[in-house]
Design a binder for this molecule. Structure first.
Ligand code: HAM
Length: 414
């Protein structure tokens, strides 16, 4: 779990502002829900035999004996909130987004943390692949505007309807059971619990077995095939480059039909920066009125690593002005003058040399702050109601003006 220090916060703000502008241009509204939910919610939605639930949840019993967990992802809480507040009764088509910390007790490594942050986007109430495409285009627009798209590829797949998925699961289990001696322990265990996950095993021997496994797409029902064909043709028409990866299965149980991931090779093993798909069954399963759903989440830390590698530089947070005030009377006057400045020039950012000190030491602080202008008040300035303005960028540029002209002077320069 990492601290985000002031030197890095600029990247976070740049990402957040960019994403928010794109999301609002597509008509998505922000929703905020708690970091802690009933553990049961995650067991039911993510699935009891997934890694996230089996091994990675920060789950605990609170003082009332209730089982609670720090959210490992946002989709479950978002659906819980939408159902609890009847948001789909008011408007059956909802477009929502959220961002914030998620928690998974994983083995930490580059790009994989125990507290990490997601930007999540969910769209409810649309059955056709047009909304899947909208989400892919929206994610691509965010990734492009962050300056990281060139390093990313899009992989898509379909898991088919819930029934198709179950039927395929059985075919897969039948096939893998014939090769059980070539599977590793993890895959053998998954054969009983979550066989689809064996498809994305990293073990070489298992990969060789998987290469001969029945093809998911070929096992699909006609409606699922048509949904996927519709998705592909709309992506083609929108000029989106993608590959169909029949082994892309995702690690959470709620998906059916479309799944997709934006992946980079530049971050090492943790190359997925954005992932999502359809989860049409979940809302009804959690007690809501049956409604379609599709969404994705971006890993903010991974995106920021990519932005840094791409040489993106956030705006500096250096102030415009730094007020140097020497002597008690000047210090008093500096406070009033600064407040007047903030009233009348709210966009001008101003730092006060709080704490006093000699002219020299205050000027040092002014330089270190990165400010463009030093605004100087000493005994002479106080007695004559003037103020000196010195450029900290250009040599020798200093003027003394009446205090009453300071605002107009700075407004003209800024
Ligand atoms: P997920 O694939 O588990 O999906 O996570 C989405 C993204 O969060 C990943 O692609 C990755 O970038 C980031 N991420 C996940 N775990 C970590 C970690 N330990 N450290 C750093 N980054 C991480 C979901 O969470 C789904 N709720 C996405 C979704 C929304 N599907 C439909 N709607």
């Amino acid at each position: 779990m990492h601290d985000i220090l002031p030197a890095d916060v600029g990247y976070w703000q740049m990402l957040e502002k960019t994403a928010e502008a794109v999301l609002s241009s597509y008509g998505y509204s922000e929703i905020r829900f708690p970091i802690v939910e009933k553990t049961e919610l995650f067991l039911r939605s993510i699935g009891e035999v997934t890694d996230v639930v089996e091994k990675e949840m920060y789950a605990f019993v609170d003082r009332n004996g209730d089982g609670l967990a720090l959210r490992p992802e946002g989709t479950a809480g978002c659906v819980r909130a939408v159902v609890e507040h009847g948001l789909l009764h008011e408007n059956p088509m909802r477009r929502l987004w959220y961002r914030g910390p998620m928690f998974r007790h994983e083995r930490p490594q580059k790009g994989r943390y125990r507290q990490f942050h997601q930007l999540g986007v969910e769209a409810y109430g649309v059955a056709g692949p047009d909304i899947d495409v909208e989400l892919i285009l929206l994610s691509r627009r965010i990734l492009r505007q962050l300056g990281v798209a060139a390093d990313l590829r899009l992989e898509i797949n379909t898991l088919g309807s819930v029934d198709a998925r179950l039927a395929y699961r059985q075919r897969l289990v039948d096939y893998l059971s014939q090769h059980v001696d070539q599977l590793d322990d993890d895959s053998r265990r998954r054969l009983q619990t979550n066989p689809l996950r064996i498809l994305d095993s990293k073990n070489e021997a298992v990969k060789a077995v998987v290469a001969g496994a029945p093809n998911m797409l070929e096992s699909m029902d006609e409606a699922s095939k048509a949904h996927f064909a519709g998705l592909c043709s709309m992506l083609d028409a929108s000029g989106v480059t993608y590959t169909v990866n029949p082994r892309l299965v995702r690690g959470l149980d709620y998906y059916s039909q479309t799944v997709f991931e934006w992946i980079t090779d530049s971050l090492g093993a943790q190359g997925t920066v954005c992932a999502g798909g359809r989860y049409d069954g979940l809302i009804e399963f959690l007690g809501g009125r049956a409604s379609q759903a599709v969404g994705f989440a971006m890993g903010i830390e991974r995106l920021i690593s990519m932005m840094q590698a791409a040489g993106r530089v956030p705006a500096t947070n250096a102030p415009d002005g730094f007020v140097v005030a020497v002597g008690e009377a000047a210090q008093r006057q500096a406070v009033l003058l600064s407040e007047r400045l903030r009233d009348q020039l709210p966009a001008f950012t101003l730092l006060n040399a709080a704490g006093g000190g000699s002219f020299k030491s205050q000027m040092k602080r002014a330089d270190r702050s990165g400010a463009r202008w030093a605004i100087l008040l000493g005994e002479d300035e106080v007695s004559q109601s003037t103020v000196a303005v010195k450029s900290l960028r250009a040599e020798g540029d200093q003027v003394v003006i009446p205090q009453s002209e300071l605002i107009a002077h700075l407004a003209a320069k800024n």
